[in-house]
Write a protein that binds this ligand. Sequence first.
Ligand code: CA
Length: 239
Amino acid sequence: MGGAVLYPSSGGDRVLLVEDEVSISEPFSSALAREGFVPTVAGSVAEARAALEQHEPDIVLLDLMLPDGDGRELARELRARSQVPIIMLTARGSEIDRVVGLELGADDYVVKPFAAAEVIARIRAVLRRSRQSEPLARLTVGDVTVDVAARRAWLHGGELSLTRKEFDLLARMARSAGQVVTREDLMSDVWDENWFGSTKTLDVHMTALRRKLGEDPAAPRYIQTVRGVGFRFAPAQEV
Ligand code: CA
């Protein structure tokens, strides 16, 4: 058995196609290349691991039944070390495969046999989605600047001294500046997605954050309360 087939790079998104059926991988990798992607085909778990050691793909398409192992195991390995989007290639009518695939952290699944054009549309959608959710390195909203990677924030150029949760709240709201962020979203994003407790904690941290931003409770400049819904982070309009 040969190694993974690496197609010449043309600067497009790199797709690792893990699929042992040549009747699928050959036409599909050609379609990917025609659409500007850079496909690599791996016909087994071993080939996929070798390909992943050579370079990180932008997205992985993963067949579940491979000659030397289970694609789900590979998905688990990938998820343990990377957030690379994964689309599972599942057999027709295998509901359990779909559920398990999504539980393993796959972003989407496609049922075989599939049309190349449809899967390519899914790849584009998943890539677009995953890029939107990537935190921006540095956000500036009015006089507030947040460096997400460095976990630092400034007001009028002066660095703010924030606790971890205050920083997380600020970064989450700044990422959606101008939009309402619901209390539920803040609780799940900053605390825990399975949060069932009181939201008093949120209010305590929000009050502290507002104080550090120098907010006047009667006329907040940055964090507007949207009653019964949540908060909007936006610089107040100068009058
Ligand atoms: Ca297979």
